[in-house]
Design a protein around this ligand. Structure first.
Ligand SMILES: C=C(O[C@@H]1C=C(C(=O)O)C=C[C@H]1O)C(=O)O
Ligand SMILES: [Mg+2]
Length: 460
C-alpha cells in the first residue's frame, strides 16, 4: 500500500491551491495501517504543539490530530455552540480540498467547559468555554482503512510541511511501541473531602425540601508524580483497560485533558441520531456470583432507577424535539465496565432535522446524568455548592465534519495532566434518598479507571 512522500503531498497541495485560490487547502490520501497511539506519540517527536485523540466505543472511528491549522475559540457563555457552528461553516467556504477518492474530509475536534458561568480557576486557564480545532495532520481510521488528511494555509505551509515530512519519514520506518513507563506517585490528595460530603448533605436537604429532584456533585483528586506524566502511556493503559469506552485526549502546550468515557452524548449520521442514558452505578463484584448479585441489585434499586429515569425523561424530550421518531426501550439494561456497572438505556432518533450535531449538543448539555433536574436549578446548585472547577470535565468532547455530522461523548472518567501533576474527577447523581457516604464511595469507584491507568492502586 501507499507510502506517502512529502514532495508528492506538497505538489498536490500546490495544485489544489492554484486551482481554487482559497486561504486554506486540504489533501487526503490512503496510507498504511498505523497504530493510532503510536501516531499520537510521533506528534511529539515532530514538535507538534497540539495533539488530539478520539476513538469511539466500538473502536469504529479513530481520529488522531497533530498540530492546529485553524482554531475556533470562544469565551461567549450563551451562544458558544452556535458561534462554533457558524465559524466552522464560514471556514469551510475558505477551504479547497481534494479527498483523492477517499471518504475523508477535514474535521473539527474539541470540547467545551461544563458551565461557562462558573469562574475559571488557574488550572483550566488553557481551556476556554469552547475550543474546536482543525488539526494540521489528521489520521482517520474507519472501516479498516487508514487515511491521512493534511490541512494547511495556502500561503504559508512550509513550516508545517517540514514537520509533516519528518512524520512521514518516521512512519515509513518500523513501528516501535513507545516504551515510556508509568510515573511514580509521590502524593495523593483528595481535595476538600469533608467539604464535599457536606455539600452532598446540603443538596440532599434541598432536594427533600422540594427545590429540585436531582443534582450531580463532583469532586477531584490531585496526584503528584516523580516525573512528567506522558499522555501516551495513559492512552495506552486506557485503551487496554477500558475497551468499551470513548478514548479522548486534547493536548496543547504540554497540558493534556484525557479520559475514557463510557457515555455518549450524541451522534448524528445523516438524519439518524443516537444517544444513551447512563446513570445509576454499583462497583463490580470480586467473584462472578457477587458481580451478578450486585448487578441484579442495581436493576431493582429504586434510588438508582430514579436517578436513571430523570436522564431517560430528559433525553427522550430533547431527542423528540429534533427527531420525528424516538426509539427507547421501556427499562434499562446493565452496562458492565472494568471497574463499575451502570444502568444503561440506548436511544435512537429517526428523521432528525437538526442542522448539525452541535445544535443537538446544545439542547442536551448537560443531561441530568451530569447536571440534574430541573436543569437550570440543578446547574445553579452545582455552581454554588460544589467545591470544584469542573473545567472540561463532564462536558461535551468530540468532533464534527463538513456536513454537520459527528459524535460527542461526555468527558467523564477523565483527568487533566500538567507536567508532574494530575487532577482527576468523579461525580455522582444525588437524589432525595441518597446517602452521602455511599455517594462518596461511588465517586471513589469512578476515580478508579484513571487511577488504574496511572498505575496507582488505593486499597483503603
Ligand atoms: C458523573 C459521573 O458519572 C455519571 C453519574 C452516574 C451515577 O451517578 O450513577 C453514572 C454515570 C455517569 O453519567 C462520573 O463518572 O464522574
Ligand atoms: Mg449514581
Amino acid at each position: 500500500m501507499a507510502i506517502l512522500y512529502q514532495h508528492e503531498i506538497e505538489e498536490q497541495l500546490r495544485f489544489i491551491g492554484k486551482k481554487a485560490n482559497c486561504p486554506f487547502i486540504s489533501w487526503s490520501g490512503e496510507m498504511d495501517d498505523v497504530d493510532p497511539v503510536y501516531f499520537f506519540a510521533l506528534g511529539q517527536a515532530c514538535s507538534f504543539r497540539e495533539r488530539f485523540y478520539w476513538s469511539d466505543r466500538a473502536n469504529g472511528t479513530v481520529y488522531v490530530g497533530l498540530g492546529c491549522t485553524y482554531s475556533i475559540e470562544t469565551e461567549e457563555k450563551e451562544q458558544r455552540f452556535r458561534i462554533v457552528e457558524t465559524k466552522w461553516k464560514k471556514w469551510m467556504e475558505q477551504l479547497a480540498f481534494d479527498h483523492h477518492g477517499t471518504a475523508a474530509t477535514p474535521i473539527l475536534f474539541g470540547g467545551f467547559s461544563f458551565d461557562p458561568f462558573k469562574p475559571r480557576t488557574e488550572k483550566w486557564r488553557a481551556f476556554p468555554h469552547a475550543k474546536m480545532v482543525v488539526p494540521t495532520v489528521l489520521l482517520s481510521l474507519k472501516n479498516g482503512k487508514a487515511t491521512l488528511t493534511v490541512t494547511v494555509p495556502s500561503m504559508r505551509y512550509e513550516e508545517s510541511m517540514e514537520k509533516i515530512g519528518l512524520l512521514l519519514r518516521l512512519l515509513s520506518q518500523e513501528q516501535k511501541q513507545p516504551t515510556a513507563s508509568l510515573p511514580t506517585l509521590v502524593k495523593y490528595e483528595e481535595a476538600q473531602k469533608d467539604e464535599w460530603i457536606h455539600a452532598v448533605e446540603k443538596t440532599i436537604r434541598n432536594i427533600r425540601e422540594g427545590k429540585f429532584d436531582k443534582v450531580v456533585l463532583a469532586r477531584e483528586a490531585r496526584l503528584s508524580f516523580a516525573d512528567v506524566i506522558d499522555p501516551v502511556v495513559v492512552l495506552q493503559q486506557l485503551r487496554e483497560q477500558q475497551p468499551f469506552s470513548y478514548l479522548f485526549a486534547f493536548e496543547q502546550d504540554g497540558q493534556c485533558f484525557i479520559g475514557a468515557s463510557p457515555e455518549q452524548l450524541v451522534k448524528k449520521e445523516g438524519d439518524a441520531c443516537y444517544s444513551i442514558c447512563l446513570a445509576g452505578s454499583i462497583r463490580r463484584g470480586k467473584t462472578l456470583q457477587e458481580d451478578k448479585q450486585l448487578g441484579q441489585w442495581l436493576m431493582r434499586d429504586e434510588k438508582n432507577l430514579r436517578e436513571h429515569q430523570f436522564v431517560v425523561q430528559m433525553i427522550k424530550e430533547a431527542m423528540g424535539s429534533v427527531c420525528k421518531r424516538v426509539q427507547i426501550p421501556a427499562s434499562p439494561q446493565l452496562l458492565k465496565l472494568q471497574h463499575i456497572q451502570h444502568l444503561y438505556t440506548p436511544v435512537i432518533g429517526e428523521k432528525c432535522h437538526a442542522a448539525s450535531v452541535l445544535s443537538i449538543v446544545e439542547q442536551m448539555h448537560p443531561t441530568p446524568a451530569l447536571g440534574g433536574t430541573p436543569r437550570e436549578k440543578a446547574i445553579k446548585e452545582i455552581r454554588e455548592t460544589e467545591p470544584l472547577d469542573r473545567g472540561w470535565y463532564a462536558a461535551p468532547i468530540g468532533w464534527m465534519d463538513a456536513e454537520g455530522n459527528g459524535e460527542f461523548a461526555v468527558a467523564i472518567r477523565s483527568g487533566l495532566f500538567q507536567g508532574k501533576e494530575a487532577f482527576i474527577f468523579a461525580g455522582c447523581g444525588v437524589v432525595g434518598d441518597s446517602d452521602p457516604m455511599s455517594e462518596y464511595e461511588e465517586t471513589k469507584v469512578k476515580l478508579t479507571p484513571m487511577l488504574s491507568a496511572l498505575g496507582v492502586e488505593r486499597n483503603e
